[in-house]
Design a protein around this ligand. Sequence first.
Ligand code: GLU
Length: 494
Amino acid sequence: MVVRTRLAPSPTGAPHLGSAYAALFNRAFAHQHGGQFILRIEDTDKARSSDASESAILEALRWLGLDWDEGPIVGGPKGPYRQSERISTYEQHIQKLCKLEGAFHCFCTKERLDQIRRQQMLEGKVPKYDGLCLSLSESEVEARLEQGVPHVIRLRVPDEGTCQFTDGVRGEIEIPWSQVDMQVLIKSDGFPTYHFASTVDDHLMEISHVFRGEEWISSYPKHQLVYKYFDWKMPQHYHLPLLRNVDQSKMSKRRNATSINYYRRCGYLPEALLNYLATMGWSMPEEREKFSLEEFYAKFDPNRLSSRGPVFDTEKLSWLNGLYIRELSHDELKRRIYDWAFGENRLDALLTLVQERSERFDDLFRQADYILGDRSALDSQQFDHKSVSQQDCLRILDFADRRFESIEEWDREILYSALKTLSEAMSLKFRDFLFPLFVAIAGRSVALPLFDSLVLLGSDVTRVRLRSAIQTLGGISKKQRKILDREWQGLSRE
Ligand code: GLU
């Protein structure tokens, strides 16, 4: 059998550590068996997908050395590898699936769906579609389609019985069909949902094995049904355990740095990051912690995958990274540090900023300390200001963080106008509004121009600094978060 694996990221937001983690195992397994590792971009959610995010994912995978045998840019025999370019394929397949009675048209309105949902919740049931449109006759469906009544296409799910499957990591799993919703496969805009597009593509791209996060286990029954209705052979799935924080909580964007770019900007080496990720949920036979990618490819055995949530500990990662740094030859170290600190025009940008503010060459390092390295630790008194209270500082930092989340193009003018608009919406003088941001980013209220600094630091480091400053100010309680959520909704509406 030819082994073909894939990574299928959705291009929404920053390149996620979880994508690197899944890519590593998929690529290792394919290459170990002389097969191919495919990259497929799952961009059928038009509102959330962006080109900027796709480029950032490709760039991050390249930086890690996780290049793909087939996919965007490199092409391949099963393309296109971007789902938005495969819409006609899904159209053909959904028609077939309807004929096979594996899917049906649903004309229920949002109001009706909301109402049954509310009712089911009141009755303590798991909310799901009640199957009303299953009873429509063929001619009724035809008539409504001709009238152009808005509709979706849903998956037909058995009423009784259990979905059974063998997960490569967890073994036998059973999920009763009564817990599985009649999933929307085609949305009212004619675009497929992830569940349909991904299943059809895994089949057409001849994927034989899938390593993906455990959050997809509950989707497995839906995917299995699509395979069954079409009478296709399903790939073997391995659901990798979710990465956890040191306190065992789930690693989430809100609390931690989950972007690959963050680790890159902090000065981790790609080989150290990959080595560390390879120890998450997997271990070398002799439990050795430091090993190269080649050794991993030689030794990787999916039978040694564990379902226990692995802890992603940045201190441990730093220790490992240190081992790699010490092994670099002098010339290699020189090259890598130069690229990291000054590559991609960073030196030009920094010199332009510093030159007009310098009297001596050593001013470069004094002024750019927080850009070249981490900023100093903060204490809450640094947020004392004559006209901005600490509460306001907290609101400003939290709202700026929320605003930054939706900015895909990290560009000086875009950042400037986003923050200017936000300060106006909050009825704050721009100068006052910028004060806590300077402290959070630079560790002091007077520093190099803020927007240039943000561009040089990048979105991920910027946001981590904002969140750490929020912690310095005492953090945000659940109650406070609710108040801020409400205020944010009000501001965003204006
Ligand atoms: N597009 C899904 C994601 O963003 C892929 C999940 C899968 O691997 O099946 O993670």
